[in-house]
Design a protein around this ligand. Structure first.
Ligand code: PXG
Length: 437
């Protein structure tokens, strides 16, 4: 690291600033499956940046597309104006999306995608004359970004407790994770479909006529890869249908190959009304998010005088040309390199590899689906999260980037990973587990 660098002014997000600044880790470059640090160390990327660089780092086609775009058209407002690429990206995304998700609204992050989806849901009911449907139902341990909407429906207490009363009219489903029933499940655990039925109790409490939407991640990512039982999501869908409630899938992590197909909705065979996207949409190369919207929801807004604005929402950088270029190139790379297929082929390799850590010190659960996996450690008595924090540093020193949440180690490698590299990840974690107390 350059000693001239002043680390103090930068307030780092979701970071222990004081610890980091005393022990900095700085990346200089990246290519394919690897980062290189500023002191020249090669680091295998076990988490696709942060669940986003699905095509690997600095993919030449994605890089070239962005470079060409910013040199040709750097910016054009998305309000009452457009550029061809953004229409093409909406067309491609809606072509590949399941069911009738025929419209795409562009934003710049997962948090914005979630807040946009929640706003569409509430406004949809209102434009149809059901303006009393204002409640939003999230799930415990859910992560939906850091906007006020997202933290309100989210279910991670540290992300919520400091921020006042949040949005009114929110309720939460129970989370789907239970070590007593599900520890060491491979793929979907057998137990837990009935947890969806709790939605009926929530509906009974508030009355369906007050509820706009339910939002869940098909697989909770940030909370540490919590995979639902088969039929759990179907049951949520059925209950939503019974009561006229919209179902939103937050696929910021699960889309673009992560669960072994293009969308989590496909993997689980459940059709949502809206999908929130980000991360893999541009393979992490440029910030971008999107909301895919069912055609009937879009149509409900397309009323009133033709010159009227139908939805008072949007961002300066909605559909930014550079992000669009990255998005178009990423979708092409995923298709051309068969990365959705590859993810489903490599998933059993990752599954076998991570489950080989069963019996290693401190390991109390291992879970996986597609190209995402988690290894849960028993918290050190009196020092929760410290084991995982030490594991992060040990792995980094040994040349591997993992993500930790609580005492869970999370893995979500780029979809280009090969079997040797999966072996390297698991070897490194196994050795690090032996080395900590
Ligand atoms: N929804 C989901 C499901 C996410 O995983 C967001 C929304 C928000 O996206 P933005 O682009 O606004 O960050 C996310 C983001 C972790 C971790 O440790 C995961 C995310 C963000 C920060 C940390 O796993 N996911």
């Amino acid at each position: 690291m350059s000693s001239a660098l002043n680390l103090e002014p930068y307030w780092m997000p979701f970071t222990s600033n004081r610890f980091f600044k005393a022990n900095p880790l700085l990346m200089a470059s990246a290519k394919g499956m690897y980062f290189t640090t500023t002191d020249g160390k090669k680091i295998l990327d076990g988490i696709a940046g942060l669940w986003c660089c699905n095509a690997g780092h600095c993919h030449p086609k994605i890089v070239a597309a962005i470079q060409t775009q910013v040199a040709t058209l750097d910016y054009a407002t998305a309000f009452q104006l457009g550029h061809p690429g953004v229409f093409e990206l909406a067309d491609r995304l809606t072509q590949m999306a399941p069911g009738n998700l025929d419209h795409a609204f562009f934003v710049n992050s997962g948090s914005e995608a979630v807040d946009t989806a929640l706003k569409i849901a509430i406004a949809y009911h209102r434009v149809r004359g059901e303006g009393q449907r204002i409640r939003l139902i999230g799930r415990e341990r859910g992560y939906h970004g850091v906007g006020f909407g997202g933290i309100s429906v989210g279910g991670m207490s540290p992300n919520r407790k400091m921020y006042g009363a949040l949005l009114p009219g929110i309720d939460h489903l129970p989370h789907t994770h239970d070590l007593a029933h599900n520890a060491f499940s491979r793929g979907m655990p057998e137990w837990g479909a009935h947890l969806a039925d709790e939605l009926e109790n929530i509906v009974a409490l508030h009355d369906a006529s007050t509820i706009a939407a339910v939002i869940v991640e098909p697989v909770a990512g940030s909370a540490g890869v919590l995979v639902p039982a088969p039929k759990y999501l179907q049951r949520l869908r059925e209950i939503c249908d019974r009561h006229g409630i919209l179902l939103i899938f937050d696929e910021v992590i699960t889309a673009f190959g992560r669960t072994g197909s293009r969308f989590g909705a496909e993997t689980f065979g459940v059709q949502p009304d809206l999908i929130a996207l980000a991360k893999g949409l541009t393979s992490g190369a440029i910030p971008m998010g999107a909301v895919l919207v069912d055609k009937d929801i879009y149509s409900a807004f397309m009323t009133g005088p033709e010159h009227s604005v139908e939805f008072f929402h949007g961002y300066t950088y909605s559909g930014h040309p550079a992000a669009v270029a990255a998005g178009l190139a990423s979708l092409s790379v995923y298709e051309e390199e068969g990365l959705y297929q590859r993810a489903s082929e490599m998933a059993p390799v990752l599954e076998d590899a991570v489950h080989s850590l069963k019996g290693a010190p401190h390991v109390i659960d291992i879970r996986n689906i597609g190209m995402m996996a988690a290894i849960e450690l028993e918290p050190r008595p009196g020092e929760p999260t410290m084991r995982a924090t030490e594991m992060f540093r040990r792995c980094f020193e040994a040349g591997l980037l993992i993500r930790t949440t609580g005492d869970v180690l999370a893995l979500s490698p780029p979809l280009i990973i090969d079997a040797d590299q999966i072996g390297q990840i698991v070897d490194t974690i196994g050795k690090a587990l032996q080395s900590i107390k």
